[in-house]
Design a protein around this ligand. Structure first.
Ligand code: HEM
Length: 423
């Protein structure tokens, strides 16, 4: 959700010069299409790494260096709990929450101990061993999608043909959602992250998604022959809901976060990462010739692209110090992971894509207790899709000039609306 923000004091003057005289900056700041962070981030890192800002009339801080972002994301003094009265929801965020009414509780926006208790219920489903066992099945999905694309007309939209259906299919297996519902939840979840839709429109879509999840949980609960091992929803209903350990809304909330967190992110990363590789043909070729480069390539692409530019806002529960700056209780804090991932103090030539770099310490999955639960799954999906494309379609190339690619500058998770390719 766009939150209007402007930079105060000396930093404002600095930023004003950098941004060609703009009197007021909005936050999120515009990325430098196609692959780079907003130009202001580098200036803030070197001149004012913990930058005072104004968020809807209240004090806020932008955190920009690698070390400070990690410090903020580890800090017990900062809360991610969006139910706190002082949580920095934008006015449109508040309006939207009120309109949607039935917004489900999500552990992404909770603090310990409840966060930890809920997250633990699904940790096992995303452990490396469990996810590695899915590799052959995911490989088959990717191969089938590539076969279909190759059999169809050229140019093709790689986003529609491969990037979007691949993670949808995988999360649907895990949750036990029929293939026929993909289009429905793909449409609804995309609205959650769009910036330029009205509160009413987003609220309607969110309400429909919530209804879908209520029905999913209710239908499992109504099934007398429920197999708890069939999928995550069935297990949660059997072990948590029916035993009374969790109420219905808590179960629905877990299903909601798993459904929305996994496919929009992985789909965008698939398409944007492929585009970045196509813009670096030597690296695309190297990956096709040596699939053992895939794990390194995935980490570097995650770092370089950081599609989830801003994680959730945090709010200071008490007075604290981050990056040497005093932050008062009630002030909002934004750890800018994209800025951290391009910090020249941490990475050599951070603005260069180098799939051999070995950047596994990047912060594209966040850091600390909210660090992405699904990262082992995302890693395997991305390793398979990039390396299979590079091996099977070495002649893959963009079918339009780069400037004609429709980048998602209007969505909180960056990517492309479509990726026209040919071969
Ligand atoms: C390339 C793909 C992905 C990226 C870039 C990504 C990024 C992130 C980030 C940055 C966070 C932390 C947000 C914060 O601290 O405010 C996060 C949390 C989370 N992600 Fe992912 N994610 C990806 C894929 C997935 C997948 C496949 C799933 C599986 C369902 C998933 C499930 C989650 C969940 C449940 C959380 C909340 C964790 C918590 O609060 O404890 N993500 N993700």
């Amino acid at each position: 959700m766009p939150a209007d923000i402007h930079i105060d004091g000396p930093t404002h003057d600095l930023i004003r010069r950098l941004s060609g005289g703009a009197e007021r900056l909005t936050f999120p700041m515009a990325r430098s299409v196609p692959f780079d962070p907003p130009a202001e981030y580098a200036a803030l890192r070197s001149h004012c790494p913990v930058a005072p800002a104004n968020l809807h009339g209240r004090d806020a801080w932008l955190i920009t260096t690698y070390d400070d972002v990690r410090e903020a994301m580890l800090s017990d003094a900062l809360s991610a709990d969006s139910s706190r009265p002082d949580y920095p929801l934008s006015p449109s965020g508040k309006a939207n929450a009120a309109l949607a009414g039935s917004g489900l509780p999500s552990f992404l926006r909770m603090d310990p101990p409840v966060h930890d208790d809920l997250r633990r219920l699904v940790t096992r489903d995303f452990m490396v061993k469990r996810v590695e066992a899915m590799r052959p099945r995911i490989q088959q999905v990717v191969d089938d999608l590539i076969d279909d694309m190759l059999a169809g007309p050229r140019p093709a939209d790689l986003f529609e043909a491969i990037a979007s259906p691949m993670p949808n299919t995988v999360i649907s297996w895990l949750l036990g959602i029929p293939q026929s519902d993909h289009a429905f939840f793909q449409d609804r979840t995309t609205y959650l992250f769009r910036r330029n839709v009205s509160d009413e429109e987003r609220s309607v879509k969110l309400g429909e998604l919530n209804d879908y999840i209520y029905d999913l949980v209710d239908s499992r609960d109504a099934d007398p022959d429920l197999d708890p091992e069939a999928d995550i929803v069935s297990r949660l209903v059997h072990e948590e809901l029916r035993t009374g350990r969790l109420d219905r809304r808590a179960v629905q909330g877990i299903v909601f976060i798993l459904l929305v967190a996994g496919h929009e992110t992985t789909g965008n990363m698939t398409a944007l990462g492929t585009l970045a590789l196509l813009q670096h043909p030597d690296q695309y070729k190297a990956l096709g010739e040596d699939p053992s480069l895939a794990p390194l390539a995935v980490e570097e692409l995650l770092r370089y692209l950081t599609i989830l530019n801003e994680p959730n806002w945090r709010v200071a529960k008490e007075d604290t110090v981050i990056g040497g700056r005093r932050i008062k209780a009630g002030e909002a804090v934004m750890p800018l992971t994209f800025s951290a991932n391009r910090d020249e103090g941490h990475y050599d030539n951070p603005d260069t894509l180098d799939i051999r770099r070995g950047a596994r310490d990047h912060l594209a999955f966040g850091y600390g207790i909210h660090q992405c639960l699904g990262q082992p799954l995302a890693r395997v999906e991305l390793q398979i899709v990039y390396s299979t494309l590079a091996r099977r379609i070495p002649t893959l190339r963009l079918a339009v000039p780069l400037e004609d690619v429709p980048f998602k500058t209007d969505v909180d998770i960056y990517g492309v609306h479509a990726l026209p390719v040919t071969w």
